[in-house]
Design a protein around this ligand. Structure first.
Ligand SMILES: O=C(O)[C@H](O)[C@@H](O)[C@H](O)[C@H](O)COP(=O)(O)O
Length: 237
């Protein structure tokens, strides 16, 4: 059901149905890209929400050897750390059918994201942009990717005229330093999904979209009000 010009919400009665539907939709985009261009590029989120979606997507039959997978953002921790998004993607997504996909990490072994930035930028320059699908999540504080409220480089990250694709980000609510694709980089996609679960996030997203109260300043609002690419919200209770 279209909510506004740019946001369409797909609501599911249970989260298993959502994971199946989102996996099918993303797989379809990847197959189309491979048919049209010979390769596909997918960016996914970390955090806890996408786990079930990753498992479903990993079983989708397509030529995964032609797919590059990266993250919309990463916590600056090695893969041995349980908070590593890369480790989760490798375990839950790059298995089964998807085991032959090429993973392009945002993390390097530099001590900080600032110190690793040049290496990450070089690595990301090899991506065959635009993305074919970007799957965002959202935190309870209204962040998406690493666009955290109060983030030290938030204005730069949300600046639609910024030519930088990746930026370090530090914020009180982030847990650890982060590295993130910028908003204009993430909007350079053929399909944009926002996957959220639970009533609290549904309400928060609705408030952010309407610009109500505290949510008017939540970074996720920048994704909802931009007019570059339609947003498909996938929600389950
Ligand atoms: O590294 C991360 O933290 C994510 O990429 C982040 O942007 C995530 O999407 C939200 O924090 C939601 O996280 P949950 O799914 O755990 O609520």
């Amino acid at each position: 059901m279209p909510d506004t010009l740019n946001v369409t919400t797909h609501s599911f009665t249970d989260c298993d149905a959502l994971a199946i539907a989102l996996a099918e939709r993303v797989a379809e985009r990847l197959r189309e890209a491979i048919a049209e261009r010979g390769h596909a590029l997918l960016a996914v989120s970390g955090g806890s929400t996408p786990r079930h979606f990753f498992e479903k997507l990993s079983r989708e039959a397509l030529d995964w050897s032609k797919v590059q997978v990266t993250l919309v953002d990463e916590r600056w921790v090695p893969e041995s750390n349980e908070r590593s998004n890369a480790a989760m993607v490798k375990t839950l997504l790059l298995q089964h059918e998807a085991s032959t996909a090429q993973f392009v990490p945002l993390y390097t072994d530099a001590p900080t994201p600032e110190a690793g930035l040049a290496t990450v930028r070089t690595r990301m320059a090899s991506l065959a942009l635009p993305f074919d699908a970007v799957v965002l999540g959202m935190g309870n504080d209204g962040h998406t990717a690493s666009f955290f409220p109060g983030g030290d480089r938030l204005p730069e990250a949300l600046d639609l005229n910024n030519v930088a694709r990746v930026l370090p980000m530090r914020a009180a609510g982030a847990g650890e330093p982060r590295i993130t694709f910028t908003l204009p980089a993430l909007l350079d996609t053929r399909a944009l999904f926002l996957h959220i679960e639970g009533e609290a996030k549904r309400q928060l997203l609705a408030d952010a979209r309407m610009g109500l109260g505290e949510a008017a300043n939540f970074p996720v609002r920048a994704v909802l009000v931009q007019q570059r690419v339609p947003v498909a919200v996938y929600w389950c209770p």
